[in-house]
Design a protein around this ligand. Sequence first.
Ligand code: PLP
Length: 397
Amino acid sequence: MRLAERAKNISPSPTLAIDSQAKKMIADGIKVINFGAGEPDFDTPGHINQAAIKAINSGMTRYTPVAGIEPLRRAIADKLARDNGLRYDPGQIVVSAGAKHSLYNAFQVLCQEGDQVILPAPYWVSYLEQIKLAGAEPVIIRTRLENGFKMTPDELEEVITPQARAIVLNSPSNPTGAVYTREELEALGEVLLKHRIAIISDEIYEKLIYDGGRHTSIASLSPEIKEQTVVINGVSKSYAMTGWRIGYAAAPAHVAKAMADLQSHSTSNPTSIAQAASLEALQGDQKPVAAMVAEFAKRRDYMVERLNAMPGINCNRPGGAFYVFPEIKQLLGKSYRGTAINNASDLARVLLAEVHVAIVPGVAFGDDTCFRLSYATSMENIKEGMDRIERVINELA
Ligand SMILES: *Cc1c(COP(=O)(O)O)cnc(C)c1O
């Protein structure tokens, strides 16, 4: 049976591949320290679970409106007003099967053949594939560790062509944890407004910010920028709800309508009971979020300190999300017991095989001089994992 060109060009998610390889070793009885996780290691708070159980028992088990139940869309609109200073009508909110699905819908309705979409690297890998699936061409901006992995207005201006149709912003970032300040977003926003470039702003890590930092949604900077922006968010990361599959987009009315129309022919509505749980997540007790953030902050500090103490490893102290993204340029060309380390993929293979530590090489995010470690795992695991990595690094020759 022939596959369509579209299907042949899809690369499977490399982050999920490494995660599943590590999980397989664990299933085989090997004590793997897994730094590959792309999800919080906490359980969904009990009051949220209870809301879903209540929804099941009260018969909320049928189709819902395509873009989500009215109370949830209203709660999302309230959240955007309260947390982000954004005013949206519930009709401008589309709830989908995860933020990844919201992003997919956005690229599908905004981009087409001949368009370019600007993508700052290191990037979350699904952006690249989703841009290509929409027929558009990704245009990569390489950001640098010295800049905190943030693009500057000049770097942005440099890649803009008349075909540039949209840009992806992801602050706080996966994989780098970088958080753009309000001032930095204002400077970028000015360039984007001038060239009338649509902004797809993925704010899924909004709540996971450390050191008293603040999240700014670029859409909140001016009514003009808001008209040019699709805000993407969801409950997965903030409320430890990755398996529930609820994300959402807030957009100008005609864009929201197109996204809902598209969704009406693919997944219809997001799961009814997960919508009930998400409503409780947004409206209920927010203390579990703060507790999770406090724990993540401790782990991040410990990890960054340990990594920077290892020779040849250079690691930023990221402002958000739950990843660190250390660079290993000084180690490239060395070898471990005869195995050459020419990039982060080589290091990842050595770490998994020799000391049973799973990391995600930067090649997955467009930069294989770095690797990603998730600190969504226990402090005990982090300590053990850092010891193991250190043993390998110290033996490189
Ligand atoms: C996890 C993640 C998402 C997707 O979240 P879901 O709502 O679970 O689909 C989107 N963007 C980034 C950058 C992520 O890391």
